[in-house]
Design a protein around this ligand. Structure first.
Ligand SMILES: *[C@@H]1O[C@H](CO)[C@@H](O)[C@H](O)[C@H]1NC(C)=O
Ligand SMILES: *[C@@H]1O[C@H](CO)[C@@H](O)[C@H](O)[C@H]1NC(C)=O
Ligand SMILES: *[C@@H]1O[C@H](CO)[C@@H](O)[C@H](O)[C@H]1NC(C)=O
Ligand SMILES: *[C@@H]1O[C@H](CO)[C@@H](O)[C@H](O)[C@H]1NC(C)=O
Length: 484
């Protein structure tokens, strides 16, 4: 049995229910920080991260926790949220591939007490919170997630869940309800603290060697496509527009993660491929230095693999061999004298002393509705020691490799505002300075607010400002915590 055959294990998805959110409108921001920014970029870690992630993408898993106890393989961005009364802060991964919110609970077996960069992990205990309460198996949402009545449910039994992952690891625990604190956009470049009651998972035990991990986080905040996401739950109650956007600064790390309707900058949109577990779009053509690659529709659509997966939790960009080979050949044809070297058997690298933007072509991918995605040489060629390495990766061929996906990660998504519109099932992007500001429209009052990377003061938790109209899940990141 091959490595990937293990992936097809059934899983139980539990649903996050959110209700009674006070004072909600439609806009918000989450401050994020990029894990592999700047000097932290480590070649082996990049691909190890992507490989773990692809195991999950293949298995259609949308609640990723660490396979082999590696929670780091989930998302690349993390943020801080407050849970409970009085609130404790939790550092959670923000992930567009996950559909739920989930934190480690007190009972977690073999849980490390310190995680990423010595981060002191916080375990959630509903008994420590005045507002924390168990969800019981007889309650309607417990029945909903079990698609009917819960076997063996009687009396005051908690609502349990168990999640089995592609690599055989699992997380299990119970559902709780508690107050989650978030920041609301309250004015131009201003936020204020607010809270809402949320049902989320408490992971009581996990398999895998978590205790040795120095990459652990407190949990996951999911922005997946499923209607069980926190955003979809809020949207289904009519309180928010089911839209969010991210603008990830590939150079400095960080950026903007916003909930609501972005009205500035303007973004062209392309339809999402229906009935796919991930955010997938149809690619129509590939252009390299103003010349189109000669690729058939069948090749571009990647047969049964259904389009290009847009995944901010992947670092690089993966193309099936039938696209990768002509693309890289065309790029390298601009500098026929280069001496190519393999680094770590994984990356194709070379020495080049001029400006890569002048010496290599830009690559433009074209999608439905005339949406295009331009990737500059300085984005797809990354520096490593005294070399440049090609960021495009070969995901294999259909007959030989099980996963020959086309998957675009931060290599192509950073320095762009990417807008996800789940109401219209579209996605779009535009090149943008992720250290500047965007404008969000409040659907209730019609007012437009400025939201910037600098609208949340770093190192602070929940800041109080003036009156508000909107919701936002919040998560403020500590600069000092991780020495950024
Ligand atoms: C939640 O918000 C309400 C109303 O704004 C406030 O009275 C309460 O103290 C807040 N709770 C927490 C835990 O912050
Ligand atoms: C999510 O979608 C499923 C299937 O379409 C539906 O049965 C369920 O009611 C939806 N849930 C919400 C909260 O919209
Ligand atoms: C969503 O689709 C509707 C109907 O096609 C359209 O009127 C609306 O402008 C779209 N919304 C956005 C944000 O594009
Ligand atoms: C991006 O915006 C920030 C904040 O407005 C500004 O300081 C910076 O110079 C801009 N960067 C570029 C490349 O324009």
């Amino acid at each position: 049995m091959g490595k990937f055959d293990l992936c097809y294990v059934s899983l139980l998805v539990f649903i996050l229910v959110v209700y009674s959110v006070v004072n909600v409108g439609s806009e918000g921001v989450i401050r994020v920080k990029y894990k592999f920014s700047g000097s932290e970029r480590n070649l082996r870690a990049l691909k190890a991260h992507d490989e773990m992630r692809h195991l999950r993408i293949l298995a259609g898993i949308d609640l990723p926790i660490g396979g082999s106890g590696r929670p780091d393989s989930v998302g690349l961005y993390f943020a801080k949220i407050g849970i409970g009364t009085p609130p404790n802060n939790y550092t959670v991964q923000v992930d567009t591939g996950s559909n739920i919110m989930w934190v480690n609970s007190l009972q977690v077996d073999e849980c490390p007490t310190r995680g990423y960069h010595g981060l002191e992990l916080t375990l959630y205990n509903p008994k420590d919170s005045l507002t924390g309460k168990l969800i019981l198996c007889g309650q309607s949402f417990c029945k909903n997630i079990n698609r009917g009545s819960v076997p063996g449910c009687f009396g005051n039994s908690p609502c349990n869940y168990k999640q089995i992952y592609g690599d055989g690891s699992y997380s299990s625990g119970y559902l709780v309800e508690d107050v989650v604190q978030y920041d609301q956009v309250s004015g131009d470049l201003q936020t204020k603290s607010a809270n809402g009651s949320v049902i989320f998972g408490c992971s009581a035990s996990q398999s895998g060697d978590l205790s040795s991990s120095d990459e652990a986080f407190d949990g996951i905040l999911g922005f997946g496509k499923s209607n069980s996401s926190i955003l979809s739950q809020l949207a289904s109650s009519g309180k928010v527009k089911n839209m969010f956007a991210h603008c990830l600064d590939g150079v400095n790390g960080g950026g903007i993660f916003a909930i609501g309707n972005v009205v500035q900058p303007k973004v062209n949109m392309t339809p999402l491929v229906p009935n796919q577990p991930h955010y997938s779009v149809d690619m129509m053509a590939v252009e390299v230095g103003y010349q189109f690659l000669n690729l058939s529709v069948d090749v571009l659509m990647n047969g049964e693999n259904n389009g290009v997966i847009i995944d901010s939790g992947t670092t690089l960009a993966y193309l099936p061999e039938v696209i990768y080979a002509p693309l890289v050949k065309k790029i390298l044809s601009w500098q026929p004298d280069l001496k190519l070297r393999k680094v770590r058997d994984e990356y194709t690298c070379f020495k080049y002393s001029e400006s890569v933007d002048d010496g290599f072509p830009q690559v433009i991918f074209h999608f439905r509705n005339s949406l295009s995605l331009r990737v500059r040489p300085r984005e797809y060629l990354f520096p490593f020691e005294d070399l440049f390495c090609i960021g495009w990766q070969n995901s294999g061929n259909q007959s030989r490799d099980k996963w020959n996906l086309t998957l675009f990660g931060d290599l192509v998504l950073s320095n762009k505002l990417v807008l996800y519109d789940l109401e219209n099932q579209t996605i779009g992007w535009t090149e943008y300075n992720c250290s500047s500001s965007i404008q969000l429209k409040d659907e209730i009052t019609g007012s437009v607010r400025l939201v910037g990377a600098h609208s949340l003061s770093s190192g602070s938790r929940l800041t109080a400002h003036t009156a508000l109209t909107s919701l936002l899940l919040v998560a403020l990141l500590h600069n000092c915590l991780f020495n950024w």
